[in-house]
Write a protein that binds this ligand. Structure first.
Ligand code: ZN
Length: 327
């Protein structure tokens, strides 16, 4: 078998207003803008990447913001929830922070061993913050008003809404995800190890209608391939069961795509080369980056893109009194 798939690499969704999207993920959720580029298949559209301080695989949420895009309707064959991981002790912090922003935050109560906060982003995308004992250390974004101890670690996982479980479960099994739990109509599949984004939940509703893609919809989810060799082996394995695209060069990773039988578009993306491929870590995501083959069209592309500005916050510092006590 190829080198195991550790978990999610990134999640890609659709947004409407670019500035609103940029502000929400950097200033409210405290993620770092790790790349500002264009949709390689549609260079008149931005492609924003948010993540931890370096854009580690398993932390990356990406958006195609289409100004004026109509909202999607969630449905079967789609990602219903995208969940981030925080430590158990950060639950109250996040509840307060999100409520202070005027967001309608639902506490879903205990799910398996976790506490979950659910809320919509500005385009209605359903986000969860999962507080749990197994959250690892933070690679906290350097420009964020969230204290590093409460920083979002990366993905916990995603929930897929499906009409039935069997075929999706079988492809997840082939990819190395095993069913580890069941609660009501929710089935949990996990990859071995404890990488970020190693939980895929299937929410089963035989009567769920198919949705309509639009702002607030997840376009696809990408899993991690260790390198090009592992991706090649996985491609051969998956091609025995499903149609798979050839390898596509996405500059920051190499990708193959296939649609799982329930309807969700899956991608397998390589960990290398990563987001420091074309700019230094200190200023990741601050300027428009475009692939070499689009550089001759840069001025044309820049004119078509709406201007956006990135507001960088610094983490709150603890004030020391003269006596040395922390206030
Ligand atoms: Zn992708």
């Amino acid at each position: 078998m190829p080198s195991p798939i550790a978990g999610l690499h990134h999640v890609t969704a659709i947004a409407s207003d670019p500035q609103t999207n940029l502000d929400f993920y950097t200033e409210v959720l405290g993620l770092r803008s790790v790349k500002r580029t264009v949709n390689f298949d549609d260079p008149g559209t931005y492609h924003f990447y948010f993540g931890d301080d370096v854009g580690s695989p398993g932390t990356i949420l990406t958006f195609f913001p289409w100004p004026g895009a109509a909202r999607g309707h969630a449905g079967a064959g789609e990602v219903a929830r995208t969940a981030f991981s925080v430590p158990a002790a950060s639950l109250e912090y996040w509840h307060q922070r999100l409520t202070d922003q005027g967001l309608l935050v639902e506490r879903t109560g205990k799910r398996f061993d976790e506490q979950v906060l659910a809320f919509p982003d500005p385009d209605g995308m359903q986000i969860e913050i999962v507080a749990h004992a197994d959250a690892g250390p933070a690679n906290a974004p350097r420009f964020a008003s969230v204290p590093p101890e409460h920083a979002i670690r990366g993905f916990f996982g995603v929930t897929l809404l499906e009409q039935n479980a069997a075929q999706t479960a079988s492809i997840l099994n082939i990819m190395g995800f095993q069913k580890i739990g069941e609660e009501g109509n929710r089935l949990r599949f996990s990859a071995p190890g404890r990488a970020l984004g190693n939980h895929i939940d299937l929410l089963i509703d035989p009567n769920a209608k198919f949705g309509r893609s639009g702002a607030g919809s997840v376009h696809h989810i990408a899993f991690r391939a260790k390198d090009d060799a592992a991706q090649k082996e996985w491609r051969q394995e998956i091609a025995k069961h499903l149609d798979v695209t050839p390898v596509l060069d996405r500059t920051y990773f190499h990708s193959i795509y296939f649609r799982e039988p329930g309807g969700v578009l899956f991608e397998l993306a390589t960990d290398p080369p990563g987001f420091t491929f074309d700019e230094p870590i200190e200023s990741l995501g601050e300027e428009l980056r475009i692939p070499q083959w689009l550089e001759p069209k840069r001025s044309f592309i820049e004119k078509r893109l709406p201007p956006v500005s990135l507001h960088k916050s610094l983490p709150p510092i603890e004030l020391q009194t003269e006596a040395g006590a922390t206030v």
